[in-house]
Design a protein around this ligand. Structure first.
Ligand SMILES: NC(=O)c1ccc[n+]([C@@H]2O[C@H](COP(=O)([O-])OP(=O)(O)OC[C@H]3O[C@@H](n4cnc5c(N)ncnc54)[C@H](OP(=O)(O)O)[C@@H]3O)[C@@H](O)[C@H]2O)c1
Length: 210
């Protein structure tokens, strides 16, 4: 897959590194193409601006702050038919508290702004520290995902497997209303130090013989 990653922060760099390790062709997009190029050089990817990265990707992973979405989405160019993975969380400030989107979710708001993209919510509830771990993880991490396009979800599920995660399709894009609070819960716990930063959600079999 050609994986375009939008944003060079904690999530973008981790997802870029993991995607390269998984054997994918990765192009990183930044507001500053030089920053994308130097991150690219560090992880084995190419770099460019948002538009060129998005144009190249079979999948485009959105790894920018929620408050930047209105300015970033128009810079991505024509997303018609593209798979847009929404790894963001609608947090408004450093506390990590979710913005209350009554009857909606960050992913659904993005879908309204990018109606031609095939949006899949995924990776938003896996903390960046875990994304940055190498593949010697002690436990399989669950990557919950949701979206309205079944084919797009299958492709994202395969990408999640390649990155070392167990994908679980939780349903329509509106199920992002469930996945975004999971991220707020876990990020809050790790930021307060209640749990170490290498914690993640994992659905594990617990029944006898399961
Ligand atoms: N950190 C986590 O553990 C974690 C876990 C799950 C999900 N998320 C979500 O993933 C997204 C990215 O998080 P992150 O931790 O990677 O954030 P980050 O380290 O702050 O990086 C965000 C990146 O977005 C780009 N960006 C575009 N417009 C921006 C603006 N107006 N202000 C700041 N940055 C802007 C920047 O890259 P360029 O300037 O190079 O374009 C920046 O490096 C967020 O929506 C977050 O909620 C984070």
């Amino acid at each position: 897959l050609r994986v375009a990653i939008i944003g060079t922060g904690n999530m973008g760099s981790g997802l870029a590194r993991r995607s390269v390790r998984a054997g994918h062709e990765v192009v990183i997009g930044s507001r500053d193409p030089e920053r994308a190029a130097s991150l690219g050089a560090a992880v084995g990817a190419r770099g460019g601006d948002y538009a060129s990265a998005a144009a190249e990707g079979d999948v485009v992973i959105l790894a920018v702050p929620w408050w930047s979405i209105d300015s970033v989405l128009p810079l991505l160019g024509d997303l018609s038919g593209k798979i847009l993975i929404d790894a963001t969380n609608p947090v408004m400030d450093e506390t990590g508290a979710l913005q209350q989107l009554r009857g909606s979710s960050g992913a659904e708001e993005i879908a309204r702004e990018a109606p031609r993209a095939r949006i899949v919510k995924c990776f938003n509830h896996i903390v960046a520290d875990v994304i940055h771990l190498d593949r010697s993880m002690q436990q399989r991490v669950t990557a919950f995902l949701c979206g309205d396009d079944a084919d797009a979800k299958q492709i994202v599920a395969r990408l999640a497997v390649d990155l070392g995660y167990d994908p679980v399709d939780v349903g329509a894009l509106s199920c992002a209303r469930l996945l975004e609070p999971m991220a707020a819960l876990l990020l809050g716990l790790t930021r307060r130090g209640t749990v170490p930063a290498d914690r993640a959600f994992a659905l594990v079999p617990v029944g006898p013989g399961s």
